[in-house]
Design a protein around this ligand. Structure first.
Ligand code: COA
Length: 379
């Protein structure tokens, strides 16, 4: 292809139509299926948001109860998968284990060949339900501790904390974890979701698409940002060092983690809520160190003039502080993102199948041409 217009990183390229998520990055608006994220964060649970994303409407009470029960009934992992996990978990990072398990779950799909919308939604619900169990089992196995089986009586996020820590979380911790998942559930054509859609567009199955998404999430410019923020905070050490760190980093043309966004050129609309959760989780644990440093960091980047260039905090500035005060170990931060985002991934994969066109862009060739082939013995 010799065309000159090249959109590196596909920036601002409208790659398809979608009715799942609307973002206005200049005004800081995020809607899931038409509903403002701030309203959902105020009133919804993760189960309700997952239903909304999958079915395109808010459930009534009976629908929500039945959906929540379906999720709870799907949480258990096949025993054979647990045996496989016991063999490989110690050698893999949790996000790699999650990616591998997402792929392996295909072996236990009783209707594997059925590609109907209903079968794909059922499959998606199964994956949404099992993701927290995989992450909690991974952690417990890796720690040499007994895996704790899911408890059907608990909510989705509450049950995750229970399986992780071995004791039922308090109401506030359960709600904070639930809201964190709500805030991460969906975000339009972000890298992992788009990657899932690319895979689905070849008519690969749901497991392949979700496996692709988890792999794409892993990098520090996407799902790895929360742990990168925590590493940055540890390097800074104290809230009184924040301003100097920001100045020094910017002077070296470095990046401040948890800041900046491809789409938002104003405050990410999820930040207000996640900041509040970080404060609540910190107060509940009596440890506001990270929270205070992050508030200072927000101030410092503003003073340094980043906001004027459309660089504001993104949702991941505060997520690490939330996780830390929920007692979630840093190694699990990347998969935590996946536990929320999987609902969005499934909704997008189903939407992609519904109006599919193979996603296959072109590149502008910058290599050589017309080279003369030299036989191997003469090179
Ligand atoms: N710290 C300092 N400067 C930043 C920055 C950050 N976190 N993010 C962007 N910038 C600056 C770049 O240096 C660049 O400046 P320049 O034009 O003078 O070279 C300008 O903003 C544009 O950056 P660019 O990398 O082209 O924007 P992008 O849309 O590709 O980047 C991110 C988006 C998310 C990759 C980027 O903001 C980033 O690396 N953020 C930190 C990681 C993070 O928090 N990721 C989670 C995202 S939800």
């Amino acid at each position: 292809m010799t065309r000159k217009a090249v959109y590196k990183g596909l920036e601002d390229v409208v790659a398809s139509e979608s009715s799942i998520c609307f973002i206005d990055g200049r005004r800081g608006v995020l809607l899931y299926r038409g509903y403002d994220i701030r309203d959902l964060a105020e009133h919804s649970t993760y189960e309700e948001v997952a239903y909304l994303l999958l079915y395109g409407k808010l459930p009534n009470r009976a629908e929500l109860n039945s959906f929540s029960a379906e999720l709870a009934n799907c949480r258990e992992l096949p025993q054979r998968l647990v045996v496989i996990m016991e063999n490989f978990c110690r050698r893999l990072l949790p996000i790699d284990a999650l990616r591998s398990c997402a792929s392996l779950l295909k072996c236990y799909d009783p209707v594997e060949a059925d590609r109907s919308v209903e079968a794909n939604i059922t499959r998606g619900i199964d994956l949404i339900a099992k993701f927290p169990t995989i992450v909690a089992y991974y952690y417990r196995i890796n720690q040499g501790r007994r895996a704790i089986r899911p408890d059907k009586r608990l909510g989705h996020a509450e049950n995750f904390l229970y399986m992780l820590h071995g004791k039922r979380p308090g109401r506030l911790d359960a709600r904070i974890a639930d809201l964190d998942m709500v805030l991460h559930a969906e975000h339009e054509f972000n890298a992992s979701t788009f990657a899932a859609r690319v895979t689905a567009s070849t008519l690969s199955d749901m497991y392949a698409a979700i496996t692709t998404a988890v792999g794409t999430l892993e990098g520090p410019l996407h799902g790895g940002a929360a742990s990168a923020v925590v590493r940055m905070l540890e390097e800074i050490g104290d809230e009184n060092n924040v301003e100097k760190y920001v100045k020094d980093t910017l002077a070296k043309h470095g990046r401040i983690m948890g800041v900046g966004h491809r789409i938002y050129k104003t405050l990410d609309p999820r930040v207000v809520k996640i900041r509040e959760l970080a404060r609540q989780a910190g107060e509940r644990r009596g440890d506001l160190r990270y929270y205070k440093m992050l508030v200072r960091l927000e101030e410092s980047i503003r003073k340094a003039g980043l906001n004027k260039h459309g660089i504001y905090p993104n949702v991941d500035l505060y997520t690490g502080a939330v996780y830390r005060n929920l007692g979630i170990p840093e190694i699990l931060f990347d998969p935590m993102f996946a536990l929320g985002r999987i609902a969005g991934w499934v909704a997008h994969v189903v939407e992609q199948y519904g109006d599919n066109r193979l996603i296959r862009p072109v590149s502008y060739y910058t290599g050589k041409k017309g080279l003369k082939y030299v036989p191997i013995g003469k090179r």
